[in-house]
Design a protein around this ligand. Structure first.
Ligand SMILES: Cc1ncc(COP(=O)(O)O)c(C=O)c1O
Length: 387
């Protein structure tokens, strides 16, 4: 038989899914691999979806999304993200942040173009680059996981089409400062590039960090594709509702691509999304308070257990480095830990070429499971005489 798609064959099955499968085999498994908050979507959102279903809103929705939802999204970008130029015509509704990312890659890419990102980074970017036949240029993050802006500047070539950023970041928890964003904006403008800004963790910030949308710089609006989703802010990963702001030429391409690939987004869910974005999630301040406590607990425990800790200021992940004296790769560590103690952490090498010395731990879980999980990690390290 003739060969199947090389780009897809060559991409790994998600390490996170693999871990889940391993963990499901044990009855007492604890997962620190989860990429979703431990709360679910509010009733005021769910009720609007139920109402839409009862009203039989089950036919195709417009390819760009419901006009009212697009208007509400534009207002959200204007009010919350200071993206003054975002208007209803600049918005498309998507099947979660994931399809938003796919549409960004699809609308910007020609085979052979180059995309630059800080590494480690969200794993979908790596595979989307290969699905769209792009050359992926990974610029290693600095020791504190900040973006290496000088490195990014040097990595630009005539073939560079866009840079993709994710702040607050999965997996490192890094958050762009204003100074870093100013510098990135300069690089994008000087080199006539596009910028994809994945802002799905915008609400998860600690220690007074502030979220900055690069499209809020007026000169950047035309060349920035800003994406977001209900998934993390509203505990709604299963609703599959995302959205993008971009210039109208890009939105038109996305509309066409969407028509032939997904033919729109779940119709009833879009009514829930209107309600969600008009009201916001009133639980967020309380969630952030709780997650901050979990974050501090995890930092403390990891330090006690002799990991190298780079404190995260956003999202709900931490990416500690394995102690070099343990002489273990991230995959060896996480495989042994799952087998021996039924605790799942994602190996760092799932997030790019420069993080095989680290693990990603999600602390979006209960205090009890965090405590028990870290007790097991301690037992594992002591048994192996690593501490
Ligand atoms: C950085 C980042 N972008 C996008 C997504 C995808 O979001 P969604 O679940 O809305 O598809 C995720 C999900 O984990 C993510 O971590």
């Amino acid at each position: 038989m003739k060969p199947l798609s090389e780009a897809i064959l060559n991409s790994q099955k998600s390490a996170i899914r693999k871990l889940f499968e391993l963990l499901l085999k044990s009855s007492d498994g604890i997962s620190f691999g989860i990429g979703q908050p431990d709360f679910t979507s509010p009733d005021f959102v769910n009720n609007e979806i139920i109402k839409a279903l009862k009203e039989h809103k089950t036919q195709y929705a417009p390819a760009l999304g419901l006009p009212t939802l697009r208007r509400v999204v534009a207002q959200k970008f204007q009010n919350e993200n200071k993206i003054k130029l975002a208007d209803t015509e600049n918005i498309i509704i998507t099947n979660g942040g994931s399809q938003a990312l796919q549409l960004c890659f699809a609308s910007l890419s020609n085979p052979g173009d180059e995309v630059i990102l800080s590494s480690p980074n969200f794993l979908s970017y790596i595979y989307l680059a290969s699905y769209y036949h792009l050359k992926l240029v990974e610029v290693p993050r600095l020791g504190n996981y900040a973006p290496d802006l000088e490195g990014i500047r040097k990595a630009v070539t005539p073939k560079t089409k866009f840079i993709i950023i994710n702040s607050p970041n999965n997996p490192t928890g890094n958050v762009f400062t204003k100074k870093q964003m100013d510098e990135l904006v300069q690089i994008v403008l000087e080199n006539d590039l596009y910028l994809v800004s994945d802002e799905v963790y915008e609400k998860f910030l600690y220690e007074n960090r502030k979220h900055i949308s690069p499209a809020s710089y007026d000169e950047m609006f035309e060349r920035t594709l800003t994406l977001n989703a209900l998934s993390k802010t509203f505990g709604a990963t299963g609703l599959r509702l995302g959205y993008i702001a971009a210039n109208q030429d890009i939105i038109k391409l996305m509309e066409k691509y969407g028509q032939y690939t997904t033919a729109g987004v779940n119709h009833p869910t879009q009514y829930g999304a209107i309600e969600a974005l008009v009201k916001g999630n009133p639980e967020i301040p309380q969630v952030i308070q709780q997650y901050n406590k979990k974050r501090l607990f995890v930092v403390k425990r990891l330090k006690e257990l002799q990991f190298e800790v780079i404190e995260p200021y956003g999202a709900f992940y931490i990416m500690p480095k394995l102690n070099p004296k343990w002489n273990m790769t991230s995959e060896e560590f996480s495989n042994n830990l799952v087998k021996e103690e039924h605790v799942a952490c994602v190996p760092g090498n799932s997030f790019g070429s420069y993080s095989n010395d680290s693990l990603r731990i999600s602390y979006a879980t209960t205090d009890e499971l965090l405590e028990e999980g870290f007790n097991r990690i301690e037992r594992f390290l002591k048994r192996k005489k690593m501490i």
